[in-house]
Structures are given as structure tokens and as C-alpha cells.
Design a protein around this ligand. Structure first.
Ligand code: PEP
Ligand code: MN
Length: 343
């Protein structure tokens, strides 16, 4: 529910109304606007009586929000949220961020080498999976803590903040301690216990869209994290399952404008998992920038043919650098370029 307050409403009247509402068990987000102040109400608003609220002298209008998400809703929070990751702003009108790195951490040297190349190319963060959600229980499951520590060493060498996937609550402390941006993978998008636990940290969360989830379900998962007390959520579109077989998934680029319209959260695109094919990564990255995405997360490997996972969709560092060079031209047109950070 949104309560628009009258321009001339006194501070005292607004405060009184806020207290009355909070007594009824809802949270009040006060938004100071240029023309009107607004109260965004979160919680069980069904029990509130609109007419009674309207009877307050300081109230101009009461609007019920039809969407089931409140904290993520742009109506409740009109300004873009900018999430800081290891000192780098993501979202709003800030430069587009490019994250690069291997699908899986394969060792300290491997990840350090890739980190150096990602940085030279203009990437601003390093990705690397240490806990891997694999379809087969017999496939490589990740280097786990050793992999996370290899990422930490690569960060020490390059200064790049690190991004890695958390699969279970029992590793949250490890991630809170070492990782700059905690990735929640497509397969865990609706693991509600995990989402609720993310409120225990204020570390930014990269929430990937589920394999076959609607945008509303995805936003509701973000809502879980926000409602648990962590406001730092970045969404990531990574392709969804469709009947199409020529690509690993179908990249739903319409998610960018839709998410921006419905929510205030930053959104980045993962063209690697979306296509499953390195030769499609550049074109989809350029399209994502043009569509207004706040960033890209791309798999990079110097020897894709030898990669322990997802080699077919990994770019060699040279191609990754070329992609950033081309993307910069589009980012500049959109006013989101930044030569010193790749874009
Ligand atoms: C990944 O980023 O390595 C990954 C497993 O991605 P997704 O969860 O999108 O499949
Ligand atoms: Mn991968």
C-alpha cells in the first residue's frame, strides 16, 4: 500500500500517522519526494482500512499495490538502488560493470592468471565457482574452501573483488568472510531457507533467475532477501528453459526493461550460461548493454578446451578484451562508459 501525503502536511501529523500504522503491525518506508512525501507500507496490509487512513487530514491518496512484492517494488522505492561491491557501484547511472573469470576455480595459479587477464581487458570483478552445482553427482564438484582461498589470493594480487556461488547455508560464514559478491545460482533461486539466511549478512547478493521461473517468482525471491534485512541485491538473467535446442538456454533480454520498470534493483546479464556457446557471447553482451543492463558476468578461460567445466561457453581472454572494447562504444552512447574501468 502507498500513502501519498499532502504537500502541506505537518511533520507532527505525518509522525502520528506513521505510529498509528506501525501499531497495526506494518512497516513504514518513508520516501521524501520533490512534490509529495510518500509512505510505502510493507507487511500484511490486507487488514488495513483504506477509508480510515484516508480520513487523516494529512493524507492525499491511498493506493493498494497489486504486485505481491513490496520492498523490491519501484512504487515503494522510486529511485534506482545502487549496490556497492568491494567499492564498485553497480546500478543507477554508474558505469557498466564487467565480471570475468572461470566457471570453476581449478587452482591458485589458474585463477591468478585469469584474474590478471580479466583486469588487463577491463573487467572490474573476478568470478570463479568453488562450490559447483553439477547435474551429475560424478562430475567435478568444485575445489570448495581451497577454491575460495585461491580466489582471495587472486584478489590480493589484482585488487579485483571476487564473486562466487554459495550453495548451502552452512557455508554462509565462509562466504561472508571472504567473498565480495555472493552468487545464488539458478538452481537455488527458490531455496527459501537459503534466501532467508542471507539477511544475516549485509554482503551484496547476486540472485540468478531460476531455470524455468517467471520474472515475478524471481522478484519474489529477491523480496525474501530484502525482507530478511539485506537490501543489497543484484539480479542476474542467465537464460531460461524453452523448447529451443540451438542454445543452452534462451536469453530473455526483455528481463532488463521489465525488471527496471517493476523494481529498483540493478540487473546484470550472464550471456555465457544463457547461450552455452562462446561464439554467441559477444553479440548477446552488446545487446544486453544496449538494452540497459547494469553489467555482464562472463566466463573466461585461457584454454577452454581444457576447462574443468563449461569450456564450450568460455571466452579466451583476447576475445573478452575485444568484447569490452566494442561494448564501450555502446556504453558511451548511453552515458555509462568509463575508460579507466574498462567501460
Ligand atoms: C555459474 O555461474 O557457474 C552457474 C552455475 O550459473 P547458473 O546458476 O546460472 O547455472
Ligand atoms: Mn559455468
Amino acid at each position: 500500500m502507498i500513502i501519498t501525503l499532502k504537500k502541506e502536511a505537518s511533520q507532527q501529523a505525518k509522525e502520528l500517522l506513521r505510529q498509528q500504522l506501525e501499531k497495526q503491525g506494518v512497516r513504514v518506508n518513508a520516501i521524501v519526494g520533490e512534490n509529495h512525501d510518500v509512505f510505502g507500507l510493507v507487511g500484511d496490509t490486507a487488514k488495513l482500512d483504506e477509508r480510515k487512513i484516508k480520513a487523516n487530514d494529512c493524507v492525499e491518496e491511498v493506493t493498494r499495490i497489486a504486485a505481491p512484492y513490496k520492498l523490491a517494488n519501484r512504487l515503494v522505492h522510486p529511485e534506482d538502488t545502487v549496490v556497492m561491491v568491494g567499492g564498485i557501484p553497480v546500478g543507477g547511472q554508474h558505469p557498466i560493470v564487467v565480471i570475468g573469470g572461470p566457471c570453476s576455480v581449478e587452482g591458485e595459479e589458474q585463477v591468478a592468471e585469469i584474474a590478471g587477464k580479466v583486469k588487463i581487458a577491463g573487467g572490474v570483478m573476478l568470478r570463479g565457482g568453488a562450490y559447483k552445482p553439477r547435474t551429475s553427482p560424478y562430475a567435478f564438484q568444485g575445489m570448495q574452501t581451497e577454491g575460495i582461498l585461491a580466489m582471495v589470493k587472486a584478489r590480493e594480487k589484482t585488487g579485483l573483488p571476487i564473486v562466487s556461488e554459495l550453495m548451502s547455508v552452512d557455508k554462509l560464514d565462509e562466504f561472508d568472510r571472504y567473498v565480495d559478491l555472493i552468487q545464488i545460482g539458478a538452481r537455488n533461486m527458490q531455496n527459501y531457507d537459503l534466501l532467508k539466511a542471507l539477511g544475516k549478512t549485509k554482503k551484496p547478493i547476486l540472485l540468478k533467475r531460476g531455470l524455468a521461473n517467471t520474472m515475478e517468482e524471481w522478484i519474489m525471491s529477491a523480496e525474501y532477501i530484502l525482507a530478511s534485512g539485506n537490501p543489497n541485491v543484484i539480479l542476474c538473467e542467465r537464460g531460461i528453459r524453452t523448447f529451443e535446442k540451438y542454445t543452452r538456454n534462451t536469453l530473455d533480454l526483455s528481463a532488463v526493461p521489465v525488471i527496471k520498470e517493476k523494481t529498483h534493483l540493478p540487473i546484470i546479464i550472464d550471456p555465457s550460461h544463457a547461450t552455452g556457446d562462446w561464439s554467441l557471447v559477444e553479440s548477446m553482451s552488446l545487446a544486453a548493454i544496449a538494452a540497459g543492463a547494469d553489467g555482464l558476468i562472463i566466463e573466461v578461460h585461457p584454454h577452454p578446451e581444457r576447462a574443468w567445466s563449461d569450456g564450450a561457453q568460455s571466452l579466451k581472454p583476447g576475445k573478452f578484451a575485444q568484447l569490452i572494447e566494442k561494448g564501450r562504444a555502446i556504453a558511451e552512447v548511453l552515458g555509462r562508459g568509463c575508460a579507466s574501468c574498462g567501460f
